[in-house]
Structures are given as structure tokens and as C-alpha cells.
Ligand binder design. Sequence first.
Ligand SMILES: Cc1cc2nc3c(=O)[nH]c(=O)nc-3n(C[C@H](O)[C@H](O)[C@H](O)COP(=O)(O)OP(=O)(O)OC[C@H]3O[C@@H](n4cnc5c(N)ncnc54)[C@H](O)[C@@H]3O)c2cc1C
Length: 404
Amino acid sequence: MDLGLSERHRALQAAARDFIARFGHLSPPVGGGGGRKRPDRKALDWQALLIEHGFAARAVPRRYGGYGAEPDVFEAAIITEEFNRAGISLGIQGQGIRMLVPTLLEVGTEAQRERWIGPTIRGEVIWAQGYSEPEAGSDLAALRTQARLEDGQFIVNGQKIWTSSAHFADMMFLLCRTEPDRPKHLGISYLLLSMDSPGIEVRPLPTMTGHATFNEVFFTDVRVPADQIVLGRGEGWRVANVTLKHERMLLGDASKLMHRLHRLQALLAETRVEGRPLLASPVWRDRLMRLQGEVLAAKYHQMRLLGEAARGEESGLGLLVVKYYGSTLAWRLAALAVDALGEAGLVYDPHDDLAEDDAATAWYADWMYDLGLIIGGGSSNIQKNIIAERGLGMPREPKLQGGA
Ligand SMILES: Cc1cc2nc3c(=O)[nH]c(=O)nc-3n(C[C@H](O)[C@H](O)[C@H](O)COP(=O)(O)OP(=O)(O)OC[C@H]3O[C@@H](n4cnc5c(N)ncnc54)[C@H](O)[C@@H]3O)c2cc1C
């Protein structure tokens, strides 16, 4: 596809290539399941370098600590493409940076933006997303964690579950019920709370990767200053949907798919059976190229969506398919790598931190972790319902009455 780059865009492409040539050796490794630890010194330094040169937080205004460029979807696509091709990190990608920061830019107060955006984009403040509860996952609006206002503070009581990163997060964006007398969607508020607050208990939940990546979180009389509400009382569902829009783009992100595809190509070129690289085998090439076609379709689809967003157009159905399609494809790419690795994967040892830098281990961790991402952020079944009902206008599924 000829992107017909303008002179300005070609200059950015050259700047990205120059940056990669000069600093690429400082990049932290990419892949490996993610979400288990705070960014280390290397990741923080890399993030600072990326922001300084305009390759991360590029369109975040300078007054909040970003690079301050005008939002430009082609610039974002060029940077992503160059970094992916070189196999180096695009920086920290957590829920704070990818979901909360755009939410605050859209609906936060000036004070909230000034306080949290800078430390979040630098990776100094890590956020957890407190949405799901034992009885409120797919039916999120049924959540029961409550917060009552008392002397200028919300007092939070209840429980969250499957909360990624809560075991090392500094802050949480939390959905809770503040208006119990109103209909369920209208009784919810969105609070920003410090994980250091007294009354919070975090219990890690190990996954099949062998690591704890998510947690149960219990709240007993946890105090949150009243100005740490986003938008206002009863507006939480609206704010949650702003965040969710960014979450679904994150979970279906085509740049992650492209990067994974490049890693997969390299793996098939390096892995030899009876002296021949797998890539030389028509069977393996066929499997790779089928996935390659789908990844390229996802990439150009995402560019179209970004273009529509930049023009202020509604993407409708096009946007609704991203999470379902992207999360499934990411897992299928990792699954092909695991097939290719064969018994090399038996070296996987979740208790060995050193093994995380190992390419085979990283593929196994991605494969196991990403299976969860087909569920997280709204399961595939729920995504299909949304696509059918809101995107294709098919009849709504019958709702169960009486809590059966
Ligand atoms: C790796 C991972 C990370 C996560 N991180 C976070 C996080 O950071 N913060 C957070 O708040 N939550 C997080 N979650 C939770 C996630 O959002 C929920 O798991 C998800 O919304 C599904 O909810 P549930 O687990 O309660 O499943 P349920 O809602 O109980 O669903 C169980 C099954 O029933 C199906 N189902 C339910 N309703 C319908 C329906 N109407 N039609 C058809 N099928 C249906 C579902 O598809 C699913 O297969 C994470 C989950 C995973 C797996």
C-alpha cells in the first residue's frame, strides 16, 4: 500500500530511523506476557528518551509532560511501523498510559490532568482498573462496591476481582455505586484512588503462566477525597465507556500484531528442522502467510479507524470488531510460535526470572497470557453480541428475568 507520505512525514520516518540507529540498543526486551511487574529502571529511562524525542506521549500537551505535537494518525502509524520493524519497544503500554490518560484528556478536570498525566506517561505512577466484581463481569453495571460521601470524602466498601497489576499499582480508577436509589447504569461513579489508602487488601491470583498478573482487591472504609471523582456523581458509566473505547483499541491494537508478526517471521527463519529453516517449508510458509494477510488487514483497518477519528467521524461497526478480532489474532500468532518451538518450550519455568529474557519463554508467556485477553475487556461472546446488536442491528438477545 502506498501511503503517499508527505515531506513532513518522510522527515519523521527518517528521524525515527536515526533514533533507532543511535539508541535502539537501550530498548528493553519486547513480549513475554506483560503485566507482572513495575517497569524497571531500563524501561523508565527508555520511556523518558522516547518522550524527549517525541516517540511516546507525542500528542499529549506539553503542559502535562508530553511532547506536545498535534495529533496526527499518520505520524503515529509511521513511528509504530519503524519501531516494530526494528523490533524495539514502543515504551510503557499499561492501563494508565493507554486508557486513563486519554480518558482524563477527554473528561478529566484541569487539576486531575495536571496531577496525574505527567507521572503516568513517565511510568512513575502505575494504575490498576477496578471494574470487575465476582457478580459483575460481562454485566458490569451490576457492580455493588459502594461509596458514600461523608465530610468531603467518599468511603468505599466492597470487592473487585481480576484486577491486573493491583499488586504493584500506585493508583486505581474505580467504578463504584454512589447512587443506590437510581437505575443501575445511572448510579455509578468513577473514582481515582490511591492504593496506599488504609483499608485496601490485595490478594494476588496466579494464572497458568505461573505468575500472579491479576488480583482480588478488598475495600473496607477506604477514604477517597471528593475531588478525585471524574465528571461527577452518577456519571461513572459515561466515563467508563470513554475508557472502554481506549481499552478495546489497546486490546485489539494492530501495532502489537505487526510486531508479533515480525517476531514470528524471525522465529521461523531461525528455527531449523533437519538443517532447514521452517520458513523454507511450504507448510509453515502457508500457515504464516494466512496470518500475515489477517494482520495486514487489521493494520489497514486500524489506520482507517484512526483517520475517521481524526476527522471526527463515527466508525460504528468498524470500531466494534477491533477487540474481538485483534485479541483473537494476537493469540493465534503466539500459538503458531509455540507450535514452531516444539520441545524448546519445555524450558519454560515461571519461577526463573532470567528466563523472561529468553525468546522461547517470552512466546510461551504471550501464548498463555493472551488467552486471557480474549476474555478481559469484554469476552469474545459479549463482543459478538455487541457487533450483532449495535453494529449489524440484529434483534437483541432476550434478557433473563428475576435473576434466574
Ligand atoms: C487476563 C485478564 C485481565 C483482566 N484484567 C482486568 C482488570 O484489570 N480490571 C478489571 O476490572 N477486570 C479485569 N478482567 C476481568 C474481565 O473484564 C472479565 O473477566 C470479563 O469482563 C468477563 O467477566 P467474568 O469473568 O465475570 O465472566 P462472566 O461475565 O461470568 O462470563 C462467563 C462466560 O459467560 C459468557 N457470557 C456472559 N454473558 C453472556 C451473554 N449475555 N451472552 C453470551 N455469553 C455470555 C462470557 O462470554 C463468558 O464466556 C480481566 C480478565 C482477564 C481474563
